[in-house]
Design a protein around this ligand. Structure first.
Ligand code: KIV
Ligand code: ZN
Length: 399
């Protein structure tokens, strides 16, 4: 079984998006957690972007000891020098050089010809490789780059010393079959180049970042770049937790695994939310508040009898403290009985029927029944029934 390495870019591509900026201390805290999570590579920032970013990469490089620390640089010497300075004290440094290769970017953004781009890539990859033990090259906007040119760029970058070749879907434009095909084409062009890892890096503009990343894995990618909670430019990057859990749940289908410690996924997601103050949408896969919540009566009944009926992942496997059976207007009696039991109340069938009736009436008016209103209901029912029983005993026998 192959290992798919996880390249976490929460601190770089993720942090680049509005509302997610972090200071040096926050980056260090998250970096420690990401190392515990088991990421293979941690991209700490883009040192040329600002002195603060350089300082943050430096701090992360000093903090993290086991996984590789990557720093991003355009194919420019000033960028590469800044990245190398930031990585000086890293135990396992990785220089990440990138340059856009699509005609659109070359013409409008960089005002460069293809030949000039090729020269810059070869020049900076070899310059970096002379100064850093590991160099990754990314062809920005690869999915909209002429395929023959992309193949030529990748072959040249490999020749110049890059051992990780990243094929980003920078604008989230690709679709799974097409993105996978790109990996086949590049691999074909590289031939049996030993020691070269192809990497996927997907954005979520069409909501396909995870699907595209998995298609790349199927097509031979052995590194996937992603972020916690899927944060990142515009609609975000591919979500780490979704990719990792998909590879774990469907391991037989992919014949690949990751080094991620699954139980650390939820605490890591929570830490990122706590640091940035940005919460995760409730319906977010794996880490959303509803990812392990069940409200419909039929589902609740199934879950009570056997969780496998409606859950393909056990919540505790990804570090979620417990599944939630949410009491609302779609809930059933079994879930109500269970919740009352968890709250310390055994109820008879008649009491349950009465509680259920009252809870449903309440559910029509509110979105979710809280434990507080549940307790008020069961107290009321027990009190009324208890009183009724006393009255019944005292009452003269009917004739
Ligand atoms: O989306 C992208 O192309 C990037 C590169 C810098 C890797 O983030
Ligand atoms: Zn990106």
């Amino acid at each position: 079984m192959d290992t798919v390495e996880i390249f976490d870019t929460t601190l770089r591509d993720g942090e680049q998006s509005p509302g997610f900026s972090m200071n040096v201390e926050e980056k260090r805290r998250l970096a420690r957690q990401l190392e515990e999570l088991g990421v293979d590579v941690l991209e700490a920032g883009f040192p040329i972007a600002s002195p603060g970013d350089l300082e943050a990469v430096r701090a992360v490089a000093r903090t993290v000891r086991h996984c590789r620390v990557a720093a991003l640089a355009r194919a420019k010497q000033v960028d590469v020098d800044a990245a190398l300075r930031a990585l000086e004290s890293a135990a396992h440094p990785r220089l990440h050089v990138f340059l856009a290769t699509s005609d659109l970017h070359l013409h409008y953004k960089l005002r460069m010809s293809r030949d000039e781009a090729l020269d810059a890539i070869v020049g900076m990859v070899s310059y970096g490789r002379e100064r850093c033990p590991e160099v990754e090259f990314s062809a920005e906007d690869a999915s909209r780059t002429d395929v023959d040119f992309l193949c030529a760029v990748m072959a040249a970058a490999a020749e110049a010393g890059a051992t990780i070749l990243n094929i980003p879907d920078t604008t989230g434009y690709s679709i799974p079959e097409e993105y996978g095909q790109l990996f086949h084409r590049v691999r074909q062009r590289l031939g049996r180049a030993e020691g070269i890892t192809l990497s996927a890096h997907c954005h979520n503009d069409l909501g396909l970042a995870v699907a595209n990343s998995l298609a790349a894995v199927r097509a031979g990618a052995r590194q996937v770049e992603c972020t916690i909670n899927g944060i990142g430019e515009r609609a975000g990057n591919a979500s780490l937790e979704e990719i990792v859990v998909a590879l774990a749940v469907r391991q037989a289908s992919f014949n690949a695994h990751t080094n991620i410690c699954l139980e650390k996924i939820y605490p890591t997601s929570r830490l990122l939310s706590a640091i940035t103050g940005v919460s995760v949408p409730p319906n977010k896969a794996v880490v959303g508040a509803n990812a392990f919540a069940h409200e419909a009566g039929i589902h609740q009944d199934g879950i009570i009898k056997n969780p496998l009926t409606y859950e393909i992942i056990a919540p505790e496997a990804v570090g979620v403290p417990a599944r939630r059976l949410v009491l609302g207007k779609h809930s059933g009696r079994n879930a109500l009985r269970l919740r009352l039991k968890e709250l310390g109340y055994e109820v008879s069938d008649d009491e349950l029927a009465e509680c259920y009736q009252q809870v449903m009436a309440l559910a029509d008016q509110t979105k979710e029944i809280t434990d507080r209103s549940l307790l008020a209901t069961v107290h009321k029912v027990k009190r009324r029934r208890g009183a009724a029983a006393v009255v019944a005993e005292d009452a003269p026998a009917c004739t």
